[in-house]
Design a protein around this ligand. Structure first.
Ligand code: CDP
Length: 230
């Protein structure tokens, strides 16, 4: 066994913040703002499932086809997530619904688990930490995260937020359709057998229904600070 020379400091473990919650709860905005605040890297894990769904559809396969979804997950190109046209297609309501179908498949989740853990434990650009948002970050991907938040809001409020967001690109969309999509997705995400969306035992709950973005961020930051700098 070789000893690590005293002059070489051991690599510092990355500080991980896990942010989970249902669609349009505000978790993405809060996770991004927390990452900016601490100068940590940020990963939107929902974008990975959305990209897998697009991969299946672009290959001309059925969204329920598990082997096609696994193929798409294994060929996932993280660099594409930021590309203009692809990034815009990732955010549509249809892609969100399709993502929740492939996300219920255990082999798809397994195929992208390592990439998420790698991002969390070795954040890009030598950042000292990472903020990941999703559905199972605090429970499955990073159960040892230093701080965990579970962000929620009433379904009607979430649907209203998402409706306002999506309406910019699709004027034909109705509030009722968005609400129904969100409820269908919530049901699938919370009731699937593998890594269902749920609050980790040690996650702090934050309901953003009646909070402005600033108020929600202040509340999120206070909960994270209580864990990181008690
Ligand atoms: O932005 P929004 O909250 O609407 O959704 P998203 O975070 O982009 O996630 C899209 C879908 O991916 C979700 O409905 C889940 O089915 C799935 N997902 C997941 O299963 N696990 C994650 N860690 C992240 C997303």
């Amino acid at each position: 066994m070789t000893d690590t020379p005293l002059t070489e400091p051991l690599p510092r473990a990355a500080c991980i913040i896990a942010v989970d919650g249902p669609a349009a709860s505000g978790k993405g905005t809060l996770a991004r703002r927390l990452a900016a605040h601490y100068d940590f890297a940020y990963l939107d894990t929902g974008a990975l499932y959305r990209a897998v769904a697009l991969g299946v559809m672009d290959a001309g396969d059925q969204i329920e086809d598990e082997s096609a979804a696994v193929r798409a997950a294994e060929n996932l190109n993280m660099a594409r997530l930021e590309e203009g046209d692809f990034a815009a297609r990732l955010r549509t309501a249809d892609t969100g619904l399709a993502a929740s179908v492939v996300a219920a498949m255990a082999p798809v989740r397994a195929a992208i688990l390592a990439a998420q853990r790698q991002f969390a434990t070795m954040p890009p650009d030598n950042k000292a930490g990472a903020v990941l948002d999703g559905r199972d970050i605090g429970t499955v991907v990073c159960p040892d995260a230093a701080a965990k938040l579970f962000i929620t809001a009433r379904a009607e409020i979430r649907a209203q937020r998402r409706f306002t967001e999506l309406r910019e690109n699709d004027g034909s969309l109705s509030f009722e359709t968005v609400l129904a999509d969100i409820q269908a997705r919530d049901g699938r995400d919370a009731n699937r057998a593998t890594a269902p969306m749920k609050q980790a035992d040690d996650a702090a709950l934050l309901d953003t229904s009646d909070l402005s973005i600033e108020e929600a961020f202040a509340a999120a930051l206070a909960r994270v600070e209580a864990k990181l700098n008690p």
